[in-house]
Ligand binder design. Structure first.
Ligand code: BG6
Length: 469
């Protein structure tokens, strides 16, 4: 659709940026923090672990002052569960709570709205050892943990995200878990998934009962799935994967029920979880206020061949397998370019994704992640010329504005990431930030903060409230 005039971004639009605790904080054993599953990562094949990361734990004041200079209206970060409750349940670590208390206050002094992810891939190790999300006690531990956060921070934090990318944890467990030797079976993963749905619903209700004006939503990784051709079989395959990958999660958060197609698929495959008495009532009772959408890339699929080869690694990345026997097969999209790390770039796909989410659920949306990972280089005069990132965001912001004009209730945009941090499984050389952190994969250097060219560009976008996008 062509428009005579594009809508303006709303005055209170939440221009922000995102990070997650284990990828940015470091201080993995400082001041009483317990270990999380992410702390099991070892430095292998020259890829760093998460022990120091960007040292945000010690440098948060400097980081927040850079956020303020950037003009950020919101900062989406996660709380490290094992920093505040070292064993995931039981004793509380006051020093850990103090860190987040200080961070939140520092943000508010600088007029930056905190958007807090309660859990972002870093399950406390003790809970993991006791069965992780397969164990129903983890639901109670998560509820107690959230209760603590709401008690301590609910007076100041109004935007909450329950679980980051639950769908990635279920569909690509080896991309986020370091312990790839004993990955759960699909059946077990879907039981974990169900338990997380119950946990998120309980915490959604708790947020509403404990926090005045509190708003809470999920943050899955959502994308439109394209059929490889107009062949009707390819369309069905795209629909299969879009339902399994995306709508299962949002249908549960918004409608409080299993997507009927996906439930049928789970039964057909023998993956259906056990649903305990009262679970669906709890899920149904939880009212999601807004949707966090992590968007990176669309995917294109064709009909499954059911020949034993429907599942393949994504562009050579063994950590991310795509396709499922008899369900769908991953396909190339000749219309789209790839990043140097082989991720698809599709800004128009973001508009399509936002429109689909909006027309299915009609709720406010915050883009909680979107960004370009690249090997940025520091020049000898101490600059980072990341013009490719500027080009990437110019296109994506424009598509966000088109989506807004289409009628999507987009209330915020938090690119990934505020500053460079450790990628989930591709180390420190894959940088996403507006702020360069002067360290290398295995050389911590000074960890100095350096504004990239994209920092200045984003600063002017925010200053103009996206008027020139
Ligand atoms: C999302 C995650 O999947 O994508 C982040 O929520 C992650 O934690 C981001 O860092 C980018 O992925 P990667 O693998 O390049 O770090």
């Amino acid at each position: 659709m062509y428009y005579k005039k594009l809508k303006e971004f709303p005055k209170d639009f939440l221009w922000g940026a995102s990070t997650s605790a284990y990828q940015v904080e470091g201080a993995y054993q400082t001041d009483g923090k317990g270990l999380s599953v992410q702390d099991l990562h070892k430095s292998v094949n020259g890829i760093t672990d998460f022990k120091v990361a960007s040292d945000h734990y010690h440098r948060y004041k400097e980081d927040v002052s850079l956020m303020a200079k950037l003009g950020m209206k919101a900062y989406r970060f996660s709380i490290s569960w094992s920093r505040v409750i070292p064993e995931g349940t039981g004793a509380v670590n006051e020093a850990g709570l103090k860190f987040y208390d200080n961070l939140i206050n520092e943000l508010l002094v600088n007029n930056i709205e905190p958007i807090v992810t309660i859990y972002h891939f870093d399950l406390p190790l003790k809970l993991h050892e006791n069965g992780g999300w397969s164990n129903r006690q983890t639901i109670d531990a998560y509820v107690d943990y959230a209760k603590l956060l709401f008690e301590r921070f609910g007076d100041r934090v109004k935007y909450w995200l329950t679980i980051n990318e639950q769908n990635v944890m279920i569909n690509h467990p080896n991309a986020v878990y370091p312990i790839d030797s004993d990955l759960p079976s699909k059946k077990e993963l879907y039981q974990q998934n169900h338990n997380m749905f119950v946990a998120a619903a309980k915490v959604t209700n708790l947020c509403h009962s404990m926090i005045k004006d509190g708003k809470i939503g999920p943050a899955p990784n959502i994308t439109a799935i394209y059929p490889a051709s107009s062949k009707p079989e390819d369309i069905v395959a795209a629909d299969n994967w879009e339902n399994i990958r995306c709508w299962l999660y949002l249908d549960m958060a918004v409608y409080g029920r299993y997507n009927p197609f996906v439930w049928n698929y789970l039964e057909e495959k023998g993956y259906e979880p056990t649903i305990y008495s009262g679970d669906m009532e709890i899920i149904k009772s939880a009212q999601t206020d807004f949707l966090g959408v992590n968007y990176y890339a669309t995917a294109t699929v064709s009909a499954a061949k059911n020949d034993g080869n429907d599942c393949q690694p994504r562009h050579g990345d063994q950590q991310v397998m795509l396709g499922e026997e008899g369900v769908y097969r991953s396909a190339e999209n000749p219309n789209l370019e790839l990043t140097k790390f082989n991720w698809i770039i599709d800004s128009v796909g973001m508009r399509t994704t936002l429109r689909r989410v909006s027309s299915r659920y009609d709720l406010p949306i915050i883009i909680t992640e979107n960004g370009l990972g690249s090997e940025d280089k520091l020049t000898i005069d101490g600059k980072v010329h990341d013009d490719y990132r500027i080009e990437y965001f110019e296109k994506h912001f424009h598509q966000a504005r088109l989506a807004l004009t289409d009628g999507v209730n987009l209330i915020g945009y938090c690119p990934w990431s505020f500053e460079d941090l450790v990628s989930t499984h591709q180390g420190y050389k894959k940088r996403y930030g507006f702020v360069y952190i002067n360290r290398l994969e295995n050389d911590l250097k000074e960890l100095e903060r350096i504004k990239k060219d994209s920092f200045y560009w984003y600063q002017s976008v925010i200053h103009n409230n996206g008027a020139n996008i």
